[in-house]
Ligand binder design. Structure first.
Ligand code: XMP
Length: 514
């Protein structure tokens, strides 16, 4: 493992991903972790991330010198670089040599371990106030910039390396190469971490954890739960039962996709709970968005727990594991805890015995989203599942403005299917983040179709581009694609006589309408 020591910048996750792109397994640890604990993980190399602070600021995170004396190769970036410099006796000062953004780097030592084979002049991404003016003893300066005399250094004998810039961001055009030089040449690591390893390793771990007991996995139709279930299925086969709650708010073909494609690809035992009536009854007469969300969430838990109880009764009490598709960013963001948490099922619902505890199986805890997709592919899951765009848990229930009824859902399902079909046909699936189709059920407008007047509902297309759904912009779809979607929806979906386009970014709009 390569450890990425997080000094509180948003860059640690990016560094960890870049290391994995170099096919070397990496993990993030907080800078507050004692050095002895880091070394106890037997790291092949350690990377010190950037951070927001000045090394001289009060309370600035520091590192024990022993880290640099343990014989483990270390690569400091930005703050990590400055920390390495000051800890080992170099000079870092606030001499006004600030650099932010794209900066030309001059490589001053040809054939250095980090810069071998990269151009003498290369653009790098800087973000610092203080600057290093003298490298520690025993170190060779390998690069500078117009304002910073020591922008990179190395001590090949002790396997210590550092750069003032951020090699992990794409603006540093040779950053990945420099990082790989550190890993392969500096630290002597073989690049052999692949999704095949991940699958093999996780399968072994799951078998060890679950033994001959049984496990349950809730499938939502989303990528994460599907891949988690497929992995566990590969490991323990028929000891796993998957539960899929069909709340009637799914899009066209979605339930069938889980029932047929997922089962065909994995051979998993699947329990589909048809809860459409229950959900629609609970939603009858409700048009307030928050109330809809609460009702759907509540019913979902009830149905899921009921299904768990049935499985417990059918299969005996040795069902002791619950599979979840938790991803690495969730783990890191919630404090990066290791070990497995126990969750106790609610005794107020479903009547589960008090003493039953589920242990969690979380086989994706170490993976980023794109890695999860790769593992899914490796496991043979169909493209439609693996490359699926995000879809909200409450489903189409929050895409009908007004009361949710079966007729309205059927109508929206048709319109949504047409939009998805045309976006796929136009090759736009990867370009857009998602494209909700919203039915304005309480709005009517006049139209003319054939020879007659119509008085129907509008649907809204909400195509957005985004990196993480926190912010989004409306996608500039080609007019021809929009025209095709509009013509088909108004022709093929009875009661819809108008298609409108949402051209609002987020903020101020959210992606979903409710
Ligand atoms: P908003 O509408 O908040 O949506 O801009 C951001 C992203 O989250 C999805 N979304 C949900 N996903 N349960 C989910 O699993 C929910 O209740 C939920 N609400 C919104 C939405 O589709 C978008 O990708």
């Amino acid at each position: 493992v390569v450890l990425v020591v997080d000094f509180g910048a948003q860059y640690a996750q990016l560094i960890a991903r870049r290391v994995r792109e170099a096919r070397v397994y990496s993990e993030i640890v907080p800078s507050t972790m004692p050095v002895a604990e880091m070394l106890a993980k037997n790291p092949r190399a350690i990377i010190l991330s950037g951070g927001p602070s000045s090394v001289y600021a009060e309370g600035a995170p520091s590192l024990d010198r022993s880290l640099f004396e343990a014989g483990v190769p270390v690569f400091g970036m930005c703050y990590g670089f400055q920390l390495m410099a000051t800890t080992l006796g170099g000079t870092v000062d606030d001499n006004g040599a600030r650099e932010y953004g794209r900066t030309p780097l001059h490589v001053t030592k040809a054939g250095s371990t980090l810069f071998e084979g990269t151009p003498v002049e290369q653009p790098v991404w800087m973000s610092h106030g203080d600057a290093c003016s003298a490298a520690p003893e025993g170190f060779t300066v390998t690069a500078s910039t117009d304002v910073v005399p020591v922008a990179a250094f190395e001590n090949d004998e002790k396997k210590l390396y550092g750069v003032q810039y951020h090699p992990e961001v794409l603006h540093s055009t040779h950053g990945q190469q420099v990082l790989e030089h550190f890993l392969y040449r500096g630290a002597g690591i073989e690049p052999n971490w692949t999704t095949t390893n991940v699958v093999e390793e996780q399968v072994a771990l799951i078998r060890e954890q679950v033994g001959d007991k049984r496990a349950i996995c809730g499938l939502s139709g989303g990528v994460d739960s599907a891949v988690a279930a497929a992995l566990v299925q590969k490991a323990i086969g028929s000891q796993l039962t998957c539960v899929y709650v069909d709340h009637g708010l799914m899009r066209k073909g979605e339930t069938e996709q889980v029932e047929k494609d997922f089962v065909a690809a994995t051979g998993a035992k699947l329990k589909v709970v048809d809860a459409e009536k229950r959900f629609l009854d609970a939603l009858a007469g409700v048009s307030d968005p928050e109330q809809k969300r609460k009702i759907i969430g509540r019913e979902f838990i009830r149905v899921f727990e009921q299904a768990q109880l049935e499985i417990l009764q059918e299969e005996g009490p040795e069902v002791a594991f619950l599979v979840q598709g938790t991803l690495y960013p969730d783990v890191v963001e919630s404090g990066g805890g290791t070990g497995t948490a126990n969750i106790k099922s609610h005794h107020n619902v479903g009547g589960l015995p008090d003493d039953i505890e589920f242990q969690l199986v979380e086989p994706l805890r170490q993976l980023f989203k794109d890695e999860v997709r790769m593992v899914g592919q490796e496991l043979g899951l169909p493209e439609e599942i693996v490359q699926r765009q995000p879809f909200p848990g409450p489903g189409l229930g929050i895409r009908i403005v007004g009361e949710v009824t079966k007729d309205r859902l059927d109508l929206l399902r048709e319109a949504d299917a047409i939009a998805r079909e045309e976006l796929t046909a136009a090759g736009l699936d990867r370009e857009i983040w998602q494209c909700p189709v919203v039915l304005l059920a309480d709005v009517r407008s006049v139209g003319v179709q054939g020879d007659g007047r119509t008085y129907g509902h509008p649907v809204v297309l909400r195509p957005v581009s985004s990196e993480d759904a926190m912010t989004a912009d409306w996608s500039r779809l080609p007019y021809e694609t929009l025209a095709k979607i509009s013509t088909r929806i108004t022709n093929e979906v009875a009661d819809v006589n108008r298609v409108v386009l949402d051209v609002t970014s987020k903020p101020p709009g959210t992606i979903e309408w409710e």
